[in-house]
Design a binder for this molecule. Structure first.
Ligand SMILES: *[C@@H]1O[C@H](CO)[C@@H](O)[C@H](O)[C@H]1NC(C)=O
Length: 130
């Protein structure tokens, strides 16, 4: 968690207020650490399956048949070049047509701040490693 925060702070200049836990895996220790880091845990409820190999058509079908009555928090990855653009633009049009109001994660629980703080991005130096 700290390394991702460090990368976001250095490269983008933001300290995230939310964390999406990989694979939805967590326990009380993870929740406690997120709390200590002042981050709210978020979970998706619609998985396009792209991380498991679903292509554009399969991912779009997940949106098309979604039965989420009020909210959708979708999980997408950029598994192939351009998939995000293609699928997200399809999903935006589809969900707006179905009457969903599109908001950021931070707006959803009632208007929280998306970041704990922001600062100018830093300049890369040789100490930055992956
Ligand atoms: C979390 O917030 C508290 C209270 O503002 C602050 O003292 C603490 O340093 C913050 N923790 C992190 C990891 O930023």
């Amino acid at each position: 968690m700290w390394r991702i925060e460090q990368a976001l702070e250095r490269i983008v200049g933001v300290s995230p207020a939310f964390i999406r836990l990989p694979y939805r895996n967590y326990n009380n220790l993870v929740r406690e650490v997120a709390k200590q880091r002042n981050q709210s845990v978020i979970m998706w409820d619609l998985n396009t399956g792209d991380s498991l190999g679903a292509g554009v058509a399969q991912s779009e079908k997940v949106y098309a048949v979604a039965k989420n009555p009020r909210n959708i928090l979708a999980l997408n990855h950029e598994t192939y070049s351009g998939t995000t653009e293609t699928i997200v633009s399809y999903a935006i049009k589809l969900l707006q047509r179905k009457g969903y109001r599109l908001v950021t994660v931070a707006e959803c629980p009632g208007g929280l701040a998306p970041y704990q703080w922001t600062a100018p991005p830093q300049t890369s130096d040789p100490s930055w490693t992956c």
